[in-house]
Design a binder for this molecule. Structure first.
Ligand SMILES: [Zn+2]
Length: 260
């Protein structure tokens, strides 16, 4: 199983390093899952029940980060910090079908429920996105500490108005998820609803979830949004806390009309 996934492990190393270097992955913050194209295998490994049935994920195999893993360690050794899991034939349970010898006691991330709920929706909607990534994007977390941006319309208008790339590469904007406890069924459900029609869901005062066809693409979208937020804070500082006007509606309209 390892050989065919060597390029995926190289990508994980690279993206985990970015997340750590950007300061978006303090302690054990951040997790990800990748839906693989590998076929289901017969396994006698222990079966763990899932809280709900993920029928669209029956017999699917995922590579998923382990509970408590550090991105700084992931960047050095992704094989020790991930597990291959296989969902049961009705989507009701899972087995760990392959683990590194140094990860014998490891369990999947505590956000397993959110990851599977999102993947279930992605499969049902025939999305090309196979990767779900959660990280603590400092710049975006800071924005959601400002009450006026805890509102999807205001948040998107700000992000688009600060940087042309945001309009071009995140034209559908971000979904905003009001504060909920991490690991809860409620946050999994709310996040999935937002990701049904956005590339990104931002959790109030916590971080972001990104979906894409690769880890690199998940990172890139967050990177663009973080840049917009950073420009906003730089301008606020230099304008003595006055709100910067940003791109005009005419400029935004012209950007929206660019055909790639
Ligand atoms: Zn988190």
């Amino acid at each position: 199983m390892y050989k065919e996934h060597n390029s995926l492990f190289s990508e994980i190393k690279q993206v985990a390093r970015y997340l750590w270097k950007r300061g978006w992955a303090e302690k054990n913050a951040g997790n990800f899952s990748v839906r693989l194209s590998a076929k289901a295998v017969a396994s006698k490994e222990q079966i763990y029940p899932l809280e709900q049935e993920f029928s669209a994920l029956a017999n699917q195999i995922f590579l998923i980060s382990i509970k408590g893993s550090r991105m700084r360690n992931m960047a050095k050794n992704p094989k020790r910090n991930t597990l291959f899991i296989q969902i049961g034939p009705k989507g009701q349970n899972f087995q760990v079908i392959h683990r590194n010898k140094h990860a014998q006691q490891a369990e999947p991330t505590s956000e397993l429920s959110a990851h599977l709920t999102i993947h279930n929706m992605l499969v049902n909607s025939a999305s090309t996105a196979r990767v779900v990534m959660h990280t603590h994007v400092t710049e975006l977390i800071a924005l959601t500490h400002i009450p006026q941006f805890c509102n999807e319309t205001a948040l998107n208008n700000l992000l688009w108005s600060m940087h042309p790339e945001t309009v071009m590469f995140v034209p559908g904007g971000v979904g905003f998820v009001p504060f909920e406890l991490p690991g809860s069924a409620a946050i999994a459900e709310l996040t999935t609803q937002k990701l049904a029609n956005h590339q990104i869901a931002i959790w109030e005062k916590h971080g972001a979830f990104s979906v894409a066809s690769s880890l690199q693409d998940c990172f890139d979208t967050l990177d663009i949004l973080a840049k917009s937020a950073k420009i906003y804070f730089m301008l606020r500082n230099s304008l003595e806390n006055e709100d910067p006007p940003g791109l005009t509606s005419e400029q935004l309209e012209r950007l929206r009309n660019i055909v790639f």
